[in-house]
Design a protein around this ligand. Structure first.
Ligand SMILES: C[S@@+](CC[C@H](N)C(=O)[O-])C[C@H]1O[C@@H](n2cnc3c(N)ncnc32)[C@H](O)[C@@H]1O
Length: 292
């Protein structure tokens, strides 16, 4: 999937911890191969917002043309990613004359066809999503987060993003839950429910993992408020989860559609390096200011 390019490569000091202003595809083609650990990004959505930029993605006349442009950018992403690296893409859908276009899945399937390995489709549930006036269908309050990897063996730190147990928590009302939690010899293998196999296929080792249960695929995270940007910026919590799971400490996180630079800021806070790219000079300036 990698493409040869004749463009002059950037030096490490020219891209590491930098906000680069220009077309994502152009700039990515100037980065060396295999220098990035993880990519966390939210591309412009199909026919959603006019960024008033000649290079912008999102205003293509057809869904197929939009998807093709994204696939081209993500081919470059694949080239700059380490073989153990990952890609997280956040995408919302689009209604055209009341018909849902299925843009997230069209994009995900096109990326699979281009060689990316799809590992998870996460539902980002937005508890504070804007109310809508629609009366002929449910109000949308979710987007997709697709988790891809470049190869078969990839860096994934499940422990870094565990979540609290529900069934086996102190508050659980469930038989075999509260009564056994945190007690020496109190697990159901030995207690009055000994031998019970009706919960979690008797996998007590997983149910009782001391750091919490494995991360689930529905993430309920409120939208952030950012008055300066004319689009919804990433919630930091969302970016944090992706980075902690797939970028080792000291690694490099890339966002090829960085907007106000949320991915870069969270990477910096988590002691990772970043590469931020956006075609809008205004948003690049905002991202640099916010990075301090
Ligand atoms: C949905 S916004 C990203 C918001 C970002 N996640 C944040 O937290 O602020 C998409 C961004 O893609 C940028 N963009 C559009 N076409 C682009 C292109 N061809 N190359 C680079 N950036 C592009 C837009 O300027 C916009 O800032």
């Amino acid at each position: 999937m990698s493409r040869a390019t004749t463009k002059k490569r950037l030096k490490v000091s020219e891209f590491k911890n930098q906000v680069l202003c220009g077309d994502a595809g152009d700039i990515l083609s100037r980065l060396p191969a295999h220098c990035v650990d993880t990519i966390v990004t939210s591309p412009p959505y199909f026919q959603q917002r006019d960024y008033n930029n000649k290079k912008q993605i999102g205003q293509e006349p057809t869904a197929a043309q939009y998807v093709n442009r994204l696939v081209e950018v993500f081919e470059q992403c694949h080239r700059v990613l380490k073989p153990t690296g990952s890609l997280w893409i956040v995408l919302g859908d689009k209604y055209v004359k009341g018909v849902l276009q299925g843009m997230p899945w069209r994009t995900a399937i096109a990326l699979q066809d281009a060689g990316w390995i799809l590992r998870s489709d996460v539902i980002w549930h937005k508890p504070n999503a804007m109310p809508s006036s629609v009366k002929t269908r449910p109000t949308t309050d979710h987007e997709y987060i697709f988790f891809f990897t470049a190869g078969a063996d990839y860096f994934y730190d499940a422990d870094a993003i565990r979540e609290p147990h529900v069934t086996f928590s102190e508050n659980s009302k469930m038989k075999g839950g509260r009564n056994h939690f945190g007690k020496r010899g109190g697990t159901p293998e030995q207690g009055k429910n000994g031998g019970s196999s009706n919960l979690h296929d008797a996998r007590w080792d997983q149910a009782f993992h001391p750091m919490g249960r494995n991360k689930r695929t529905v993430w309920s995270i409120p939208l952030s408020k950012c008055r300066e940007a004319h689009f919804a910026v990433f919630p930091e919590q969302l970016v944090e989860t992706c980075i902690l799971a797939t970028c080792p400490a000291g690694g490099i996180v890339l966002d090829p559609f960085s907007g106000t630079g949320t991915t870069a800021r969270v990477a910096k806070q988590l002691n990772r390096h970043f590469i931020a790219i956006d075609c809008s000079a205004k948003y690049c300036k905002m991202a640099r200011q916010k990075l301090g």
